[in-house]
Design a protein around this ligand. Structure first.
Ligand code: ZN
Ligand code: ZN
Length: 329
């Protein structure tokens, strides 16, 4: 069986014909396999959903227990129609997974979803999996994207807090993954005082703690006490919420903070380059390590990566999927 007959893009997302399932579908389908809980990948309303236990639990937190009629926890290998599937850690957010599709006859296809190779204290590291076709995003698919050491970025945050002890530091961070990672990084860099969190971050922070991830003392941003470090989702910065803080330092944790114009646009005084996606060196090193016969690119800035693959002698093609760039960065 040819790869193009096993998995191909449709307007609902990637469809595996011999297995009769969609991966991260954009609209409700009979059977969805979901890589991780970000809203652009995990949507409610599918009749059946297979994902890691943590991704299923995160979907239930975000959408309610009735987000699907049938949950299936991905464990080991599972037979679905004419293919075998298995889930492997992606290093992106808690519960995130790559999905390997193995047909009886034909190429092994690895759908990486969103993934990251930098150490992340709030999730399992990316697992390199042997495959023939590697399907990757290219969110930061240009050589200009080189993300610094996240611990060093946390140290910059703490240095600013020490320099301006009377100014609250408000950090914009997405609710799933980024917020908890920033907290864990601040702890690792030596900040042990209570950290205040916006109400929109509470349930997912609580869930990380339940899953054994130590975030230290957290208090509500409505009653922050002496907490100098306050985290909120990016949307809060465009609302009156931000006006309750006097003379704040506005920070934002995102891979896009390498682009100074984006930081300025958002009025960010302290841009923190903390990304849950691979940067260019990680992306190309991953392809070199996995040595697939072909690379398929789901979305992002694919031109640079297509050219790089061509130079390396690896066949590559863009899938130009739309609808997957909303949440994480
Ligand atoms: Zn994504
Ligand atoms: Zn994501």
């Amino acid at each position: 069986m040819r790869a193009e007959d096993i998995l191909y893009p449709t307007e609902m997302g990637l469809y595996c014909a011999p297995g009769d399932f969609y991966i991260d579908p954009l609209r409700p389908v009979p059977r969805a396999l979901v890589t991780h809980g970000h809203a652009d990948h995990a949507r409610p309303g599918n009749a059946a959903v297979m994902a890691t236990r943590q991704t299923l639990e995160i979907m239930a937190i975000r959408y309610g227990e009735d987000f699907t009629a049938s949950r299936q926890i991905a464990e080991g290998t599972t037979r679905l129609g004419g293919v075998t599937v298995s889930f492997h850690p992606a290093g992106h957010v808690l519960g995130s997974a790559q999905i390997l599709i193995t047909p009886d006859n034909g190429p092994r296809i690895l759908v990486s979803g969103d993934y990251c190779r930098a150490p992340n204290p709030v999730c399992l590291p990316f697992e390199p999996v042997a495959c023939d076709i590697f399907i990757t995003e290219a969110t930061f698919g240009l050589p200009v994207f080189r993300h610094p050491d996240p611990i060093a970025e946390a140290a910059r945050l703490l240095a600013s807090m020490a320099e301006f002890p009377d100014r609250p530091h408000l950090v914009g961070a997405y609710a799933l993954g980024k917020a908890q990672r920033v907290i864990a990084l601040a702890r690792a860099a030596g900040h042990h005082a209570p950290i205040a969190i916006h109400g929109a971050l509470k349930r997912l922070c609580d869930y990380h703690v339940e899953q054994g991830i130590d975030l230290g003392p957290l208090v509500s941003a409505t009653d922050p006490g002496d907490a100098q470090l306050i985290l909120a989702p990016p949307s809060a910065f465009a609302s009156p919420w931000v006006q309750r803080f006097r003379d704040p330092v506005i920070a934002y944790a995102s891979g896009w903070m390498t682009v100074r114009a984006r930081a300025r646009q958002r009025g960010v005084e302290l841009p923190l380059v903390i990304s849950d996606h691979v940067d260019w060196p990680q992306l190309t090193a991953t392809i070199t390590e996995l040595a697939p016969q072909e690379v398929w690119i789901t979305h992002g800035t694919e031109d640079g990566l297509l050219r790089w693959c061509e130079i390396q002698g690896i066949a590559a093609r863009p899938l130009r999927l739309v609808g997957y760039e909303d949440e994480p960065e």
